[in-house]
Design a protein around this ligand. Sequence first.
Ligand code: SF4
Ligand code: SF4
Length: 346
Amino acid sequence: MKVIKKEDLENFVDELIANNEKEVVGVKSKDSKYVFDKLENAEELELDYDVTILPPKKYFMPQRETLVEYETREGIEMEAVNEVVPRIIIGIHPYDLEAIKQMDKVFADSPEDDNYLEKREKSVLIGVNMKQISEWSFAGSMGTATIEDGYDLMLTDLGDRYAVEIGTSKGRELLERESLEMRDAEPEEVEEVENIEENIQNGFEKELDFSPQNLPWLLAENYGDEDFWEENAEDCYSCGTCNIVCPTCYCFDVQDFSDISLEEGERMRQWDGCMLEAFAEVAGGENFREERAERYRHRYMRKGRYLYNRFGDIACVGCGRCSSQCVPDIADPTDIFNKLWSDKDE
Ligand code: SF4
Ligand code: SF4
């Protein structure tokens, strides 16, 4: 573990920006909320924040991206497209790092998704331990309030300085600058970081009433409880916001857009969400999840059961974004999961 003074970290960030080798993005404040965005200077960087509107997944899986360009003038010619911007992303909270670990598994699964994987490969992730905890977050219950790996560098605020944990060789290389003023951490500073991490675990207002490892069977047991899902989905607008803001939601739709001449065009993908009415609609107009309650149930099944069965991860990291942004306030996973848990013996 290393230690860097706050002013030296600012100088380091400014140097990374001036260097121009990689785009430097970080957490910035915007209209009393926080967003990940390109940094123009280190002063813009906010490392003391509760949660960002969108998670950093947008840098590996952009809202819209071209996958293929094609033309048909002389037969069909196609070219794969992947716009990769090498980036340093500063200020990622542990729950978002855990979500990125989960997404890495999904996109590395066969068939590998080069558009995602190449963007990940060219990114450096700098995490930060939470100082503020969002009132909606329950990361403490999901085991994602702190993290042991998944970052290249990890920062912890120690007052006038930051502790810097080095997670990978990428992180180490980034620190290899003659101009960087940094020293080894003293044993008491290592202990201070451990204490801070322990305190973070205890700082959550929201929590799950049981271990998340029970979710797969709890959800399987309650799949057929139509009344439960209908009752809870009653006020849902099918707006899809809970999908869009979620760091572990990765569904997308692929469409071709042809030029008016029909001689050239592109294949694009854009974010999609299982809460949207048209998500499960197929050719001929058949919709496999026509009813709001079916879509609502599917989202929870996916978070706590389906992805666990496939990849071994509970696909909710407890960031609380879904519940904080759902207008009728019906998207909070702790509400639904705790209700199912308390009803289980009835
Ligand atoms: S649960 Fe809330 S955020 Fe999700 S689709 Fe329904 S209304 Fe929108
Ligand atoms: S389901 Fe909600 S709380 Fe869980 S990771 Fe997604 S946005 Fe965060």
